[in-house]
Write a protein that binds this ligand. Sequence first.
Ligand code: OGA
Ligand code: MN
Length: 288
Amino acid sequence: MGIEIVPLGESLGAEIRGVDLRKRPDKAVTSEIRAAWLEHLVLLFRGALLTDRNLIDFTLGFGDLEFPPSKLLNLAEGPRNGPKVPPEINVISNVKENGEPIGQLGASEAAWHTDSAFVEVPPAASILHALEVPPSGGNTSFLNMIAAYETLPDDLRRRIEGKRLKHDQTYTSAGDRRAGYDIVEDVREAPGPWHPAVRTHPETGRKALYLGRRMNGYVEDLSLEENEELLDAIWAHVLQPKFVWEHKWAVGDVLMWDNRCVMHRREAFDDSRRRVMHRTQLAGDRPV
Ligand code: OGA
Ligand code: MN
């Protein structure tokens, strides 16, 4: 009895049926899930509410746990998990308790991004579990950066292939400046690592555009004008609906995405409604 794989989007995304994540899947099932994940890039599991322990155990089936971004950057910033939530979990929520946010990203849009591309060794995967969702809004979309790379017009490909891109650490994906970071006046000086603009997937060998996020992106050696022009042209190509799959959340959903070759975006939602998600991350490799 194998798992059932139901493709969802035209370009990426599949639902996995026949697995109960309240029990850690055995080795055979885990390797079937891994193969489906490498093929479909984003997996959806529906159903039961998981405990943090379930989510951590499921994540550990695929490799090492990575810590939340504020820990990767050594920042004290951001809500600290209360006694009920273990430190491996990143809470993504707009909810406030006693006036303090219990999690990250609030209720506004989170623009297209790769998780933690602004560190030297970004996570391979993020696994996001919905505990409470608003009646509408807050959908999350995913974009296939392998397909975006493979269809890149030749002139753009020639201009970006082999170049490195600077990934600014200053802002969160919700557009908030991190505590202790100065406003970026010149993208060439922004703090953050260099990564190849086209990376090769360490498991499948497939090439993907690796842009991180649009804001403050910088392609090495370009003038500021050339940089904006090239990045705008590449992003215009990337942001085509045919590369995107959008998910409307239900309580209990788990989404696992390949952070090496997928970008994602979260739309805004009504801040008077509660949205609570728990996330783990899988450690990755240095992009090459
Ligand atoms: C994230 C993220 C989107 C969402 O957890 O990295 O971008 O739907 N979340 O909350
Ligand atoms: Mn994210």
